[in-house]
Design a protein around this ligand. Structure first.
Ligand code: PEP
Length: 252
């Protein structure tokens, strides 16, 4: 059975003070989260402080991005080794904001995925279609292309040490959530595509849903057979709301 994962993506939000308060709130209620694994992904500069605060607690730390390079003259980049050294377990790779606002393509995302794994980080690979792609009926083609870029570079075995997040771009930060059935359809498609290469890896692969998840809709989404938790943006900035998502039936 797959253990669900609920990961908070704080994006470029927070101050030292607000992050301390958020962590206090999450830690105050984490004891009531019975089954889901929980992680938070702060902005880079706050990762060391958050990791120190969370050491010895059940809450893991992830970063929001990683360099495709390992070290050297790459101004502004942060390597997987650095993230590992300061306490990260996870790293988000290929978030739609990286893909669509910063032009990061499938091949570049796949190289970031590989770099994360070279340094012992667990990549959370984000895939998902734009609204116009859904309207054109090419959701599965888009998701397959994004997934295949990683499979071709890293092989299916790499997915034994990774998490996938299906995040329809039209549902991110918009308040529009995919229906549980719409999400389940794409999650099953992803799992089947992995299964066609390796059934064991497909069965163990955690596939998270992301896109306007809130306490009010989490249980319906997480109750779907191929949804193994969530990647949570806006709602992860509120400790009570985030904890309620972590406790939602299906995640907990
Ligand atoms: C995200 O950015 O990964 C996300 C799912 O955001 P939100 O929950 O705010 O839609």
């Amino acid at each position: 059975m797959r253990q669900s994962l609920v990961a908070g993506n704080w994006k470029m939000n927070g101050t030292r003070a607000s992050i301390r308060a958020l962590l206090d709130g999450v830690l105050a209620g984490i004891g009531d989260v019975k089954h889901a694994e929980v992680a938070v992904c702060p902005p880079y500069v706050y990762v060391p402080e958050v990791a120190e605060r969370l050491a010895g607690t059940p809450v893991a730390v992830g970063a929001q991005d990683v360099s495709d390079q390992d070290q050297g003259a790459y101004t502004g980049e942060v390597s997987g080794a650095m993230l590992k050294e300061v306490g990260c377990t996870y790293v988000i790779v290929g978030h739609s904001e990286r893909r669509n606002l910063y032009g990061e393509d499938d091949a570049f995302t796949a190289r970031k995925f590989a770099a994360a794994q070279r340094h012992g980080l667990v990549p959370i690979l984000c895939v998902g279609e734009l609204l116009e792609e859904r309207e054109q009926g090419i959701t599965q083609q888009v998701v397959a292309r994004q997934l295949d870029a990683v499979l071709e570079l890293c092989g299916v075995e790499a997915l034994a040490r990774a998490v996938i997040a299906y995040e329809p771009v039209w549902a991110i930060g918009t308040g529009k959530t995919a229906t549980p059935e719409q999400a389940q359809e794409v999650h099953a498609f992803i799992r089947d595509r992995v299964r066609s290469r390796d059934a064991g890896i497909a069965d163990g692969l955690r596939i998270l849903y992301g896109g306007s998840v809130k306490a009010a809709n989490a249980a319906d989404l997480f109750g779907q057979p191929d949804i193994d938790g969530g990647l949570i943006g806006g709602a992860s900035l509120d400790a009570e709301e985030f904890l309620a998502i972590c406790r939602a039936p299906g995640a907990s």
